[in-house]
Design a protein around this ligand. Structure first.
Ligand code: CTP
Ligand code: MG
Length: 196
């Protein structure tokens, strides 16, 4: 795929599409989460929880599966024609590389693993579950996702996201907006405790 040939708007759509499972994994975790804290209530020497009650197995497993299922749906014929209609471009059917299921798995799991790593860091900074940590809360998941892709799917990642700077800038620009937007909706419909 040659993103450089697409207009900025279309690059934007394709980037969202590709990263979709990572974004969805986070939202699904909020819906399925809340049961079976991963740290089982344990604390470290600083007296704070390892991760806190906001990181649970039900969120991790539900979110990872949700992201994978979402990826599989996007990767159907219907999904591909929807993207082609949306962009008006004929796009490669291999936007997730040769092993899409593996890519969906690292996109989804990476997203939640990043979120978990941030919670670990927040607890070490004496921040309670749900306390705000602006930049970290917004970018944690996307950085870990990209990092895991860089380790496990370097060729695929470099073939699109490091193809010029546009895709990366779009991700950095869009992630906080999407993150905040979805959380405000989640807060207003009562599935999330805080609007961040
Ligand atoms: N959630 C979960 N398990 C996960 C991720 C999220 O159960 N692995 C659920 C929790 O109910 C959590 C909610 O999704 O409260 C919102 O996620 P997030 O904002 O990441 O957690 P916080 O409660 O803000 O906790 P933290 O301060 O640790 O980020
Ligand atoms: Mg939070």
């Amino acid at each position: 795929m040659d993103l450089e040939k697409l207009s900025v708007i279309n690059t934007f759509l394709v980037v969202m599409w590709i990263m979709g499972p990572a974004y969805i994994a986070n939202s699904v975790a909020v819906l399925t989460g809340g049961r079976f804290p991963i740290d089982q209530g344990r604390t470290l020497e600083d007296g704070n929880r390892i991760l806190g009650d906001g990181k649970t197995w039900s969120g991790l497993i539900g979110g990872t599966l949700g992201g994978i299922v979402f990826g599989l749906i996007l990767n159907t014929d219907g999904g591909h024609s929807a993207l082609e209609r949306l962009t008006g471009e004929e796009l490669s059917r291999e936007i997730w590389g040769e092993n899409p299921i593996f890519v969906f798995t690292i996109l989804s799991f990476g997203s939640l693993f990043g979120d978990m790593s941030a919670s670990f860091y927040k607890r070490r900074q004496n921040l309670d579950r749900g306390d705000k940590f602006a930049l970290l809360d917004m970018y944690d998941f996307i950085f870990m996702t990209l990092f895991l892709c860089l380790i496990f799917q370097k060729a695929w990642l470099t073939s699109w996201i490091l193809d010029g700077w546009t895709p990366l800038f779009i991700i950095l620009f869009l992630t906080p907006i999407l993150h905040r937007g979805v959380n405000i909706i989640g807060y207003n419909i009562g599935v999330k405790n805080e609007p961040w």
